[in-house]
Design a protein around this ligand. Structure first.
Ligand code: HEM
Length: 416
């Protein structure tokens, strides 16, 4: 077994986030990937060595290997800057787990909670939801068509569609979205302190907790009522599971819808292809997921005891970041990975992760994206950016990459 003999000063710090091109991973990350498929990385400028895995082959291997735990010790152990990090530098213990947040758990706790929800997110169940998603999309398209030009596709379309849908599925009143949208964003924002994130989680728990109590008293036909009635789940577990679904269920898809639209507008031939051949949409969505990889800070794991992996010794408590964006651009797995090609084969992309934590909501996300992109293309065939692409504000300071606003306009009347 060996650990790389790179001098410590040469070990890069964190995942580079700044981009030269809105759709390509930062050049500095791609350079790390070309250098080696697995390397040491600093998790803090002052030290704290961990690992970075960049190839598709090793990304899959790590995510499928249960020796890599999803229970992370301290909030300081992130490969990206976070204010207040210094407060945690000497922290050696494990932070308590948030009840119900099974994304941070390992089997068997993870299995017990995830299993409770798998039936809700199957392809079949999502098929049944299709008409409701289509209705929500139509409502937003109508509002866009009736509203002023230019419109902001983020606020007017990309955020409301998944937000309305997850609210409906859970049974959270959509008109109370101010109570969760800002807090969800705080959880994923790097400028937010550890305390700020914790406060946002507490707020969300309070909000959902109230709803759980109300649903138990007066059950309705939704997932929250269903979970609240389950005698095997503690109240705080129900609140944690619902909070996880709420935050995971809208910000991600919203980022994909806006950035995906921009990518299609900037690759007009691809937009036109999807317009001419709607049957390409399912593959086109997979290709957009691969090409754009909004999970730009990667997926983080921790090993709990010394392990040997690919000839390296990974020490107990060391962190490993799986860089999904480089894995999705890996030439060893994808043909012409730097090209957006809606007719291409994006099979095996890792944008929904891999292994036991693979995205639970992926069928819902896929269905929303297919219907939303198709609706947009059909209704506004000549949609275009209302500002030069270089002026579209990018969001690099959150766990999910995307655009903050997407000013769009169109020429004639929208198709009815
Ligand atoms: C997990 C991405 C949409 C619910 C994950 C993971 C990724 C991911 C990469 C794995 C995390 C890890 O391994 O640590 C995405 C992307 C989405 C999306 C790119 C949209 C484009 C959704 C939606 C929902 C959802 C719509 C819910 C309705 C979840 C949940 C988990 C998860 C509950 C945790 C699964 C587990 O730990 O077993 N997602 N997601 N996601 N996602 Fe998604």
């Amino acid at each position: 077994m060996s650990t790389p003999d790179t001098a410590e000063t040469e070990v890069p710090y964190g995942i580079p986030l700044e981009r030269d091109h809105p759709f390509d991973p930062p050049a500095a990350v791609m350079a790390l990937h070309r250098g080696s498929e697995m390397r040491r990385m600093r998790y803090h400028p002052e030290g704290r060595l961990g690992w970075l895995v960049t190839s598709h082959r090793l990304a899959r291997k790590v995510l499928a290997d249960t020796r890599f735990s999803s229970t992370l010790g301290s909030p300081a152990q992130v490969p990206t800057p976070m204010p207040g990090l210094e407060d945690y530098l000497d922290f050696e213990g494990d932070f308590p787990l948030t009840p119900g947040m099974f994304i941070e758990m390992d089997p068997p706790d993870h299995t017990r909670l995830r299993r409770r929800l798998t039936g809700v997110f199957t392809v079949k169940r999502m098929k049944q939801l299709e008409p409701r998603i289509a209705e929500h999309v139509q409502t937003r398209l109508d509002a866009l068509a009736a509203g002023p030009r230019p419109a902001d596709l983020v606020a007017d379309f990309a955020v409301p569609v998944p937000s309305m849908m997850i609210c409906e599925l859970l049974g959270v009143p959509y008109d109370q979205r101010e109570r969760f949208e800002a807090d969800s964003r705080a959880i994923f924002t790097m400028d937010e302190t550890g305390e700020g994130k914790q406060a946002a989680v507490v707020n969300l728990f309070g909000f959902i907790g109230e709803l759980v109590a109300a649903k138990r008293a007066n059950p309705t036909d939704d997932l929250l009522s269903d979970l609240a009635a389950d005698p095997e789940l503690a109240d705080e577990e129900v609140a944690g599971m619902a909070t996880l679904l709420l935050v995971a269920g809208h910000e991600t898809t919203a980022k994909m819808l806006a950035l995906g639209t921009m990518a299609l507008l900037e690759n007009r031939d691809q937009w036109e292809l999807l317009r001419a051949r709607p049957e390409l949409m399912a593959g086109g969505v997979e290709e957009l997921l691969r090409y754009l990889t909004i999970i730009h800070t990667g997926l983080i794991r921790q090993v709990k005891e010394d392990i040997e992996f690919e000839g390296h010794l990974i020490r107990a408590r060391e962190y490993v970041t799986v860089s999904v964006q480089t894995a999705n651009r890996d030439e060893a797995h994808f043909i012409e990975p730097d090209k957006l090609d809606v007719t291409g084969d994006a099979k095996g992309h890792l944008t929904f992760g891999h292994g036991v934590h693979q995205c639970l909501g992926q069928q819902l996300a896929r269905m929303e994206m297919r219907i939303a992109f198709a609706g947009l293309i059909e209704r506004f065939p000549d949609l275009k950016l209302a500002v030069p692409a270089a002026e579209v504000p990018l969001v690099t300071g959150q766990s999910f990459y995307g655009v903050a606003e997407l000013p769009v306009t169109w020429l004639g009347g929208a198709m009815v």
